[in-house]
Design a protein around this ligand. Structure first.
Ligand SMILES: [Zn+2]
Length: 102
């Protein structure tokens, strides 16, 4: 049983699936979205603002690998990936319905 989102992401399929995706579950890790002022220099956003991605797609999204994608296209793909990942987590109750109730 995974104890956190990082552990849950390990071994998942790549949710970004860009051109050149390796589809290698062995290298899948959480890919963080640095938007909305939730991350500073050397500071990662929280693990809720992230989705599983293979090493290749993660590198393209973070700008470590060159690609023909624009930042706007990458952001749109990341939004799709995040929504699909959240749906996966919701359906399996990793995000607990009613969890915000006091
Ligand atoms: Zn990928």
């Amino acid at each position: 049983m995974p104890r956190n989102l990082r552990q849950l992401a390990a071994g998942q399929p790549c949710y970004l699936r860009l051109q050149g995706c390796s589809h290698d579950r062995e290298q899948t890790v959480l890919c963080h979205i640095r938007r909305g002022g939730i991350a500073g220099v050397g500071q990662k956003p929280c693990d809720a603002a992230a989705f599983p991605a293979c090493e290749r797609c993660h590198g393209i999204f973070d700008g470590r690998y060159r690609s023909s994608y624009t930042r706007t296209q990458l952001d749109a793909e990341a939004l799709r990936a995040l929504c699909q990942w959240l749906a996966y987590c919701w359906e399996r109750e990793y995000i607990i319905p009613g969890g915000l109730a006091a």
